[in-house]
Design a binder for this molecule. Structure first.
Ligand code: APR
Length: 314
């Protein structure tokens, strides 16, 4: 059987750690690409990871490069390229810089891997994935963003900690944009099949949702330099696995919603069926009035972000 080819653009913390999880799960051959100035970093990390394969027991080709020719005909391309927000940098500066970076990466991917499923991880996520769609011109089911798996994993972790139970028994769903406006869905959260609302009162649940909303900031505050990468990378690898193994996983992703949920052509976190075709189906749930009001606020924030990006990129 032919091994899948997974290219990861940006060999920084999230990119390299995604390569690690993907290699360990034997998801395919891996190409790690960074800018020419950092080609040594990309090559060094790729070689180092490759040398772990006899110990870990996986077979894969792993190469580092700065040349998109090496990524040709990838099945999946993960975009983690970008810069982190630096002290004193405005949201618009970050938006404009990362939109330029993601736009230039998407242009290369369009030419070299025209049939790939593209998973965007760079922030601000909901705008960056829209940028990747605009520039590649790929069908929208093949361009999606990683946010929901990470946010839900943080939520599940905190719920398991609170209840003193295994994370494996906590299943949950969060919808909406990545960050402040994420939409908790207590009706879709359960612990060993028991609705979470029967185990925790509203106040405790709200506190856990709040900690989840600030999950990224909490880690930045601890690390001081840089942002989270283990969980973001594990979330990304789970999405890569769903695609290369055609698993039809039901997971929340930033997916392009037009008529779905009445969004009107933007990326927002919704439950999807993820398989070899990318987003094979968006699952539409009837929202309670409270969920709907949170969701609409979230969509409004995404639209504002995309409008700001359009102004900055011309
Ligand atoms: N092409 C390829 N790689 C690029 C480009 C480009 N045009 N521009 C920047 N990069 C690379 C950087 O050289 C760097 O190695 O992207 C990498 C980013 O790595 P880090 O700075 O370590 O950032 P990381 O923590 O990996 O986060 C990457 O993921 O979760 C999001 O918010 C996070 O947007 C950020 C992204």
């Amino acid at each position: 059987m032919r091994r899948a080819k997974v290219s990861i653009i940006g060999a920084g913390n999230v990119g390299a750690t995604t390569a690690h999880w993907c290699a360990a799960a034997e998801l395919g051959d891996i190409v790690l690409l960074d800018i020419p100035d950092l080609v040594g970093t990309a090559r060094g990390k790729a070689l180092d990871l490759l040398q772990s394969s006899p110990i870990e027991g996986f077979d894969a080709k792993i190469v580092g490069t700065a040349d998109y020719a090496d990524t040709a005909a990838s099945d999946v391309v993960v975009i983690t390229a970008g810069i982190a927000r630096k002290p004193g940098m405005s949201r618009d500066d970050l938006l404009s810089t990362n939109a330029k970076i993601v736009g230039s990466v998407a242009q290369e991917v369009k030419g070299t891997s025209p049939d790939a499923v593209v998973i965007v991880v760079s922030n601000p996520l909901d705008a960056m994935v829209q940028r990747a769609l605009q520039v590649t011109g790929f069908p929208h089911r093949r361009v999606l963003g990683q946010a929901g798996v990470l946010d839900t994993a943080r939520y599940r972790t905190f719920l398991a900690m609170e209840l003193g139970v295994s994370v494996e028994d906590v299943t949950a769903l969060l919808m909406g944009g990545h960050g402040d406006t994420m939409v908790p869905m207590p009706s879709c959260t359960s612990v060993g099949g028991i609705p979470v609302t029967r185990l925790l009162d509203t106040k405790r649940l709200e506190a856990i949702v709040d900690r989840t909303r600030n999950g990224g900031a909490e880690i930045v505050g601890l690390l001081k330099t840089g942002s989270a990468y283990y969980a973001p990378a594990a979330a990304t690898a789970q999405m890569v696995e769903a695609v290369v193994r055609d698993k039809k996983r039901v997971i929340p992703c930033a997916a392009y919603c037009d008529r779905e949920y009445g969004v009107g052509g933007f990326y927002v976190g919704v439950p999807v069926v993820l398989g070899s075709g990318g987003v094979e189906r968006i699952i539409e749930l009837e929202l309670t009035p409270d969920e709907r009001s949170h969701f609409d606020k979230s969509v409004a924030a995404v639209k504002e972000l995309v409008a700001a990006m359009a102004k900055l990129t011309g």
